[in-house]
Design a protein around this ligand. Structure first.
Ligand code: MG
Length: 129
């Protein structure tokens, strides 16, 4: 593929998602659907989920990533071919995917839109860090 990052995301002619954005969205949603189906089969959706609880479980995965770094980022205990931070960030993304699928949230589409919006923002988005 060629072109600047912006042209890879949005068509210059009609503003529709570009091929790479469309592929990302389709891929993300396919993986999310597969993961959500697995989580349903494991009983995580037997009762209606509490959204705040689901969001905090995403936060706990980020905290686990921080702990991995604090311990020198060793290989993950479940998938040792990856480091702790790699495994924990993937856990966070999987939890996001599961929640998105369970609630019909368009996270992949929003990600592309937000990435494009962020390109228009000020240096450090106008903040100190
Ligand atoms: Mg984890």
């Amino acid at each position: 593929m060629n072109g600047t990052p912006s042209t890879l995301i949005r068509s210059e002619t009609d503003g529709a998602p570009s091929l790479s954005a469309a592929l990302f969205i389709a891929g993300f949603n396919a993986v999310a659907q597969s993961h959500h189906t697995a989580m349903v089969s494991k009983g995580f959706w037997d009762e209606d989920r509490n959204d705040s609880e689901a969001l905090m479980l995403i936060v706990t995965e980020i905290a686990e990533a921080c702990e991995a770094i604090r311990h020198g980022n060793p290989p993950d205990d479940k998938i040792p071919e990856f480091s702790g931070i790699e495994a924990e960030l993937s856990d966070a993304i999987l939890r996001i995917m599961d929640l998105a699928q369970g609630r019909g949230l368009r996270v992949a589409e929003a990600l592309i839109a937000k990435m494009e919006y962020n390109k228009t923002r000020a240096h450090k988005h106008g903040k100190a860090f």
